[in-house]
Write a protein that binds this ligand. Structure first.
Ligand code: SF4
Length: 178
């Protein structure tokens, strides 16, 4: 990937940090999926979550299909970090930026696959698990954790910030490319 061109592109967005990483170096961990299952109220509620995204081996194989991955964070400031609703409301801006980065990479000839944040909320009522396919497979992005990826592990491995403290939130996405 031409990082100089990418740097010129992202300067317009509140992308806090990014790294271009080798998907072969991304470790997947069943423990992350267990956290989804045991702690996330959206587990099993959309095609963007486990178990709909497939088994861990399937997710790992998907990661390995790609040559590179752009892993990046955006930063948002909120009035009160303890206000869950206010925090969650900042997610939409991150998703929009993720789609713009994805569009930029596509325009530059890459075949991409996006992993982003949280479960999917595009439709009021998800078709999962009713046996019908996802209505918008091109717009729906599984969350990074659904693939068994520990975000804090990646930030540590690549020397990135995971938490800035105060009333700031970091959101993370990973765009696989080939
Ligand atoms: S796009 Fe709609 S059908 Fe697809 S995962 Fe999201 S909410 Fe479900």
């Amino acid at each position: 990937m031409d990082t100089a061109e990418f740097d010129r592109f992202i300067v317009e967005y509140p992308i806090f940090e990014y790294r271009v990483i080798d998907p072969k170096e991304i470790r997947v961990n069943e423990r992350v999926r267990m956290i989804c299952k045991n702690e996330c109220p959206r587990y099993g509620s959309t095609w963007a979550c486990p178990p709909a995204v497939g088994g861990l081996a399937e997710c790992e194989a998907k990661l390995r299909e790609y040559r590179e991955a752009v892993f990046f964070s955006t930063v948002s400031e909120v009035r009160d970090i303890l206000d869950f609703e206010e925090n969650l409301a900042t997610r939409a801006a991150h998703e929009e930026i993720t789609d713009k980065v994805g569009a930029f990479l596509k325009e530059h000839g890459y075949d991409i696959y996006i992993l982003s944040t949280e479960s999917c909320d595009i439709c009021t009522h998800c078709t999962y698990p009713e046996g019908k396919p996802c209505r918008f497979p091109e717009r729906m992005h599984p969350c990074v954790e659904s693939f068994g990826i520990m975000v804090s592990g990646i930030t540590e491995q690549y020397g990135m910030e995971y938490d800035l403290g105060g009333n700031t939130i970091l959101w993370f996405s990973m765009i696989l490319l080939r």
